[in-house]
Design a protein around this ligand. Structure first.
Ligand SMILES: [Zn+2]
Length: 468
């Protein structure tokens, strides 16, 4: 009825008035881009997290006291608010592994102070092996003494406070922005299960292909202010930050990439997420020059994506979160632990001693672990799947195929836990698929074979909940 009235009235207008109205229409912004129309707001914050005490570097299982730094370590946050005022915060960091005992207090505090529920905040870590140890991440992995335990506990507690402050600063910074996404590529990640590290230089030199699944996509999300300035670029890559194994603080290849992008775009905040690089390594490695080279290659991948036409993201947010219980194949028994105490492996002996103390105290060892899964829909154009721990690349490849263009699969979210094999990797066995759970302090050797099925069912349920 309204349409008919409008059409009749318009036809009734004299020709001269139609011409003036047409000119006015041409001068107005296109529908959907009016300056006063509610859009996205984005807020940014960052903080240096380089330890000023002798907290050891994380990873590799040894005694790794810091000798200095190549560059500072950072934790960064981006807060987004859609046209209806719904908010999310994504944290990225140069940590090797954020344990549940660190992220849970952050989520509780953020709920109390900023009213962000669990589905509205994601705490990612790059898995940087030139970053500091935290809380009970890989708790039995290192030959620690009491002093090291005290230093790590104090640092972890400080980081909980710093993370909550960082989230508050990102929320305080919320102001109008446009979001857009694109994709570049970068090729240095190698499937480390299918290519022997020692063989890689020769394979590359011979021009033969490396084998095994990889994900060389570099997804990007840009934040642009109304004056056209680039405020932030979030980018992802599926690869272990394990180029270096020395004892100087730095962000490994993601650190070098972020520094280069921020140099190229003064005033912009570069942020990195590891997109399911559980079985991917930067090869060859172990030299600072290679680390800088990989950082540069990734920055070039981001730059290439920035040069392409980017897809705008409409200002609408939907979020969902769930834990899914992942079963252990079998909880470790007292007999197995007794055997480990004198089995000749120091790491396993430390683990067995800790587990036996629990049993002696009357505790029952858990038979499963609560695994965190997120789904965030940004507009109709972008889907973020966030999943905990060291997920192998099959998850990223699978979900991108199942949910189509605009899908990001962020691994290393909220909780370090362990490696998370796909069914394929579980059946193959080996380090990421087999008997490595004790390294992470879990009360079992191995996951049950259905972890991919359980995670996938949860991802599909959450994606349906955030359907546009
Ligand atoms: Zn790892």
């Amino acid at each position: 009825m309204l349409t008919r009235l409008f059409v009749s009235a318009r036809f009734a207008l004299p020709l001269r008035r139609i011409a003036i109205l047409s000119l006015l229409c041409l001068a107005m912004p296109a529908i959907g881009h009016a300056a006063d129309e509610p859009g996205w707001k984005a807020g940014l914050a960052k903080v240096v997290i380089t330890p000023d005490t002798s907290v050891w570097l994380a990873g590799y299982g040894g005694r790794r006291a810091p000798e200095g730094k190549l560059h500072d370590l950072y934790m960064k946050a981006i807060a987004l608010e859609d046209a209806d005022g719904k908010r999310v915060v994504l944290i990225t960091s140069d940590f090797q592994g954020v344990p549940k005992i660190m992220s849970d207090p952050v989520f509780d505090e953020v709920r109390d102070r900023f009213h962000l529920e669990r589905d509205q905040i994601m705490f990612t870590f790059s898995h940087n092996h030139c970053g500091p140890r935290l809380g009970d991440d890989l708790v039995d992995y290192y030959p620690v003494d009491d002093e090291q335990v005290a230093l790590v506990d104090a640092y972890t507690e400080k980081m909980v406070d710093l993370t909550v402050t960082l989230v508050g600063e990102a929320l305080d910074d919320l102001k109008p922005a446009k979001l857009a996404q694109g994709k570049g590529t970068c090729t240095f990640a190698v499937n480390r299960r299918n290519n022997r590290e020692a063989d890689v230089p020769e394979i590359i030199a011979s021009g033969k292909p490396l084998v095994g699944p990889v994900d060389h996509d570099v997804p990007i999300l840009t934040v642009t202010r109304p004056d056209g300035s680039l405020a932030a670029v979030l980018f992802g890559y599926a690869c272990h930050p394990t180029t270096l194994s020395f004892t100087y603080w730095c962000g490994d290849y993601p650190g070098f990439a972020q520094i280069e992008i921020e140099k190229q775009h003064p005033g912009a905040q570069a942020m990195f997420v590891n997109t399911c690089g559980g079985d991917q390594n930067p090869l060859p490695r172990r030299k600072v020059e290679l680390c800088e080279k990989y950082g540069h290659m990734l920055a070039v991948g981001v730059e290439e994506a920035l040069q392409q036409p980017l897809q705008s993201i409409s200002p609408k947010l939907k979020t969902a979160f769930s834990y899914v219980d992942l079963d252990y194949l079998k909880s470790v028994t007292r007999e197995e632990l007794d055997a480990e105490i004198n089995g000749g492996n120091e790491l396993r002996a430390r683990w067995a001693k800790r587990m036996l103390a629990k049993l002696d105290a009357g505790e029952t060892l858990p038979t499963s672990y609560p695994y965190p899964v997120h789904a965030w829909r940004l507009g109709t154009e972008m889907l973020v799947i966030g999943q905990g721990a060291e997920s192998v690349v099959d998850y990223s490849l699978r979900f991108k195929k199942e949910f189509g263009p605009g899908t990001w699969v962020m691994g290393y979210a909220d909780d370090m836990i362990s490696y998370i094999p796909s069914r394929r990797v579980w059946e193959e066995g080996g380090y990421e698929g087999g008997y490595s759970l004790y390294e992470y302090g879990r009360p079992a050797y191995r996951w049950a074979g259905d972890v991919e099925d359980r995670i996938s069912a949860t991802v599909h349920k959450l994606v349906a909940e955030v359907k546009e």
